[in-house]
Write a protein that binds this ligand. Structure first.
Ligand code: 5GP
Length: 183
């Protein structure tokens, strides 16, 4: 990528090249697992938009996509404790094989609630793909992550779709915020 992004408050955790390589590995794995299935990727807006866009282009299958928007963190850096659906799916998932695509799993609360909500809609299967997974203790131990890009330290990260108060989503890399008070 030609564009240089510089921000003295960010330290690169994963470069664009590292992300691209890992995303392609996940895509190949998914293509093997879902051959001959009716696969739909559900992107959770807004954070997963870049991961989803890159991931699906590495999955050599006739798949479809849909989106949901939920609020959990709003503009804060700690969990608000509940999940509100701001935008629901456009199409039914009955009989489909679903992969929910997330940017990052922290407490797991968002995905746990989403699994409850989508689990009642008659899908053939529902699995989870996340680019990042934090080691924070899960609120719900039952949450199983099927495809994970990277396990990361328990720090606040931005870039590649992840924001801080709406900004930084356009960074092509994932960075750790050195001083959150300076965001
Ligand atoms: P969970 O419900 O798993 O605690 O939180 C998931 C959501 O919290 C993510 O989709 C993301 O919006 C937000 N989140 C959690 N950790 C981070 C982080 O380190 N950076 C950013 N930008 N968002 C985060």
């Amino acid at each position: 990528m030609a564009t240089e992004f510089t921000d003295s408050n960010l330290e690169t955790l994963y470069s664009a090249a590292q992300i691209s390589e890992r995303v392609a590995e996940l895509g190949a794995e998914i293509a093997r697992d879902y051959a001959a299935k009716d696969l739909v990727f559900i992107g959770i807006l807004k954070g997963s938009c870049i991961f989803l866009a890159d991931l699906i282009r590495t999955v050599d299958l006739r798949l479809t996509i849909d989106f949901m928007a939920v609020s959990s963190y709003k503009d804060e850096k700690v969990s608000s404790g509940d999940v509100e659906i701001l935008k629901d799916l456009t199409n039914p998932i009955r009989g489909k094989d679903v992969i929910i695509c997330e940017d990052i799993v922290d407490t797991g609360l968002t995905l746990f609630r989403l699994l409850e909500i989508l689990g009642s809609r008659g899908a053939n299967s529902i699995k989870i793909a996340t680019l990042l997974d934090k080691p924070a203790p899960r609120l719900k131990k039952e949450l199983k992550i099927d495809y994970c890009g990277f396990q990361i330290p328990n720090k606040f990260v931005v870039g590649y779709g992840l924001d801080a108060a709406g900004r930084y989503r356009n960074l092509p890399f994932i960075g750790v915020v050195k001083n959150p008070d300076e965001l």
